[in-house]
Design a protein around this ligand. Sequence first.
Ligand code: SAM
Length: 269
Amino acid sequence: MPTPSGTAIPSTYMFDNSTEDAERQVELLGQILDGHTETVLAGLDIQIDWQCLDLGSGGGTVAGLLTDQFGADRVVAIDQDPRHIHPRDGLEIRTSDVMDADLGDGVYDLIHARLLFMHLPQREQLLHRAITALKPGGLLVISDWDCTHLDEMLLTGRDELRDAFRAFQQALISLGARRGMDAGWARGIPAVFAAAGLTDISGLVHNQLWRGGQPGMQLHACNSRQKQKSLLGAGVTMRQLDVLRDGMDDPEVLGYTYPMYTAAGRRPL
Ligand SMILES: C[S@@+](CC[C@H](N)C(=O)[O-])C[C@H]1O[C@@H](n2cnc3c(N)ncnc32)[C@H](O)[C@@H]1O
């Protein structure tokens, strides 16, 4: 993000795609969320001549759905670190901070972003640039997790696991909040869309029960490895991280992940 003096402010994103566990993290996100996203995209009547943009693409699985499954003519995937996106026909991969990227004006039929806006301190600024980048009648789809009900996630497990899970989640969300993440913005996206003048607004909430060993539980263990140093610095103990990781592997443990709120809206004609 450029400042008035022209120097770039480093991204505030709390994870880092260059770390050892990052490839596994974006792979797990695809396994947990692509079914939901596919359902949402299937309801949009995507045409083969559509120009699409996926912001903060991560592993690029949604960009892949758009090219391979929905047959969109051209898909642009932007990520500040797109190393985990597999190139494919019809997919243009751009390396850029979304706050710096030239998104254009009236270019896209569909702009999609999953688990990006919640992390951005200046999310509403990007939202307005994304709306400008849509063709009149084009669709904006944003999905984010609501991370404000951490005590409702884990359903079974011994007390030590529940305590470790709570300590880990609270510390992780605080680390994100310190970098500008908003754990509770997702539920309000339709209202933000309405205030920005979008029409045909729709919304959907998705969650699923997972068992230890499955992607929805493995993600927590993976995140705990990526952020281990910061979590220990925030007061979580190594014993708690070990208990958490064992629990996330235990098939007797049942839990939800964070609920995903998805909203779609249309740039007026
Ligand atoms: C949590 S991952 C989500 C990945 C993918 N959208 C998904 O749902 O599977 C967030 C992605 O956004 C990217 N990202 C975060 N902040 C960014 C920024 N300011 N500019 C570009 N990419 C960013 C990260 O590099 C990461 O790949």
